[in-house]
Design a binder for this molecule. Structure first.
Ligand code: SF4
Length: 430
């Protein structure tokens, strides 16, 4: 690869493949007031004030302390409370959880909490800021009442605008999630939603096309129909509209679905796309650990399967139901699905994830990929992507093109195919 002929300045990528501590921490709260029509996330309808949520937070707090004692949070820099609807837990439980996260991970530079407009009241907002949250990610989805009703959201546009304005006024960093290619959406009202979101003065906006997931009320309602409003061409056009309006307003696209003002990109999500290890706690939460981190965890969680000698990376997803998580406070009693990745699979994964980001793959990653996957194979895959205009060289970086983002599956597939087979699966033992 001529681009990397002089590699003396490149810091080895391998440093991040052996860190025993996670760089990022995710905590999952699987509770919602009502399921949205399109949602297949790990979340369940729960009455407001249900004590099961407090018990679940108790369990998470003790698991967080165990993770700290195992050294898994020594170098953790970002954290994220996701769901579900974290803000429906109320001020007291959220404060307890956030303070515990601050205690067990003392070097956090960013702590994001997801929020929904219907439950982000003034007390919750103030409590989150006081407890140590630095950033809110608010699930707005649309600023059109008809679209919101069709999606089954609990809020209307006025409530969303009020609560986002209050969040911005609180001084926290604020991000909005918006959704395109949804029922009743037109080009005109999508543009209106984008303009009003920009006018709210947030530093970050994420934009996703609606995916119709099997088994959801929306999919059942549609049956075998492929609705025009969700056609791939409509999705691509609305994503292009978002790019045009958001970039013109000063929010740069730094990832396929993410736009930020200078200094406001989400550090936590970037950890996922740059091969940094992360720990996930709560039902359905996923971790990505180095071999060293996994061994530390396994010392306390003896039911985790033995790591094959050639596994350089471990993906782990907690499969215990929310009631089981709440019932047993300790890590050792949780069930998990585990996947072991070889060094070559980890390198292909890192290459693929890097291409979600505007800056693409840097020289350190490309050199590591050549070492782990073979220079000829990597060069051939890159040539294939360049030929199809899915990627281009930006100096020494290989970056996705506009076409590459639109045809993401082709681009990511070509890079993942460099891996030697599929990861090995295993589960916790009885
Ligand atoms: S609020 Fe979010 S997690 Fe809850 S049902 Fe709606 S989309 Fe799903």
């Amino acid at each position: 690869m001529a681009r990397l002929a002089n590699d003396a300045h490149v810091v080895p990528w391998t440093a991040r493949l052996h860190a025993p501590s996670a760089s990022a921490l995710y905590v999952h709260l699987p509770f919602c007031v009502r399921k949205c029509a399109y949602c297949d996330f790990a979340s369940w309808e729960t009455p407001r004030g249900d004590e099961a949520m407090s018990r679940y937070v108790d369990a998470l707090c003790s698991q967080l302390k165990e993770a700290r004692d195992a050294g898994l949070l020594d170098a953790c820099e970002t954290a994220y409370v996701g769901g579900g609807t974290p803000t429906m837990l109320g001020a007291a439980d959220l404060a307890r959880l956030v303070r515990t996260m601050r205690d067990v991970a003392p070097y956090l530079r960013e702590l994001t909490c997801e929020a929904n407009p219907d439950s982000l009241d003034d007390e919750v907002l103030r409590t989150l800021a006081e407890a140590g949250v630095t950033r809110l990610s608010i699930g707005v989805q649309s600023l059109q009442d008809g679209e919101l009703a069709a999606l089954g959201r609990l809020h209307d546009a006025q409530r969303a605008e009020q609560r986002v304005a209050a969040a911005v006024a609180s001084g926290l960093d604020v991000s909005l999630d918006l959704m395109c290619a949804t029922p009743l959406q037109t080009d005109a009202n999508w543009a209106d939603t984008l303009r009003r979101a920009i006018d709210l003065g947030v530093g970050h906006i994420s934009v996703y096309p609606l995916q119709i997931e099997e088994g959801t009320p929306l999919a059942v309602r549609l049956g075998d129909d492929d609705p025009d409003w969700n056609d791939p061409a409509v999705q691509a056009h609305r994503m292009e509209m978002a790019e045009e309006l958001l970039t013109a307003a000063g929010l740069a696209r730094y990832e396929v679905a993410s736009y930020a003002r200078p200094g406001k990109a989400c550090r936590h999500n970037q950890a996922y796309w740059t091969g940094l290890p992360y720990l996930g706690l709560g039902t359905g939460a996923s971790s990505m650990l180095t071999a060293e981190g996994y061994e530390e965890l396994r010392r306390r969680w003896g039911r985790l399967p033995r790591r094959p000698d050639d596994a350089a990376r471990v993906r782990l997803t907690i499969s215990s139901a929310r009631t089981e998580v709440a019932q047993h406070g300790d890590l050792a009693s949780l069930d998990a699905d585990v996947e072991f990745l070889t060094e070559s699979q980890a390198a292909a994964e890192d290459l693929m994830l890097a291409m979600r980001m505007a800056r693409g793959a840097d020289p350190a990653l490309l050199l590591h990929a050549q070492h782990a996957l073979g220079t000829d194979a990597v060069d051939e895959a890159i040539a294939w992507c360049l030929e199809r205009k899915l990627a281009s060289w930006q100096g020494e970086r290989l970056a996705p093109t506009h076409e590459g983002w639109l045809l993401g599956n082709e681009l990511y597939g070509a890079l993942w195919d460099l891996a030697d087979g599929e990861p090995t699966s295993a589960q916790t033992t009885e």
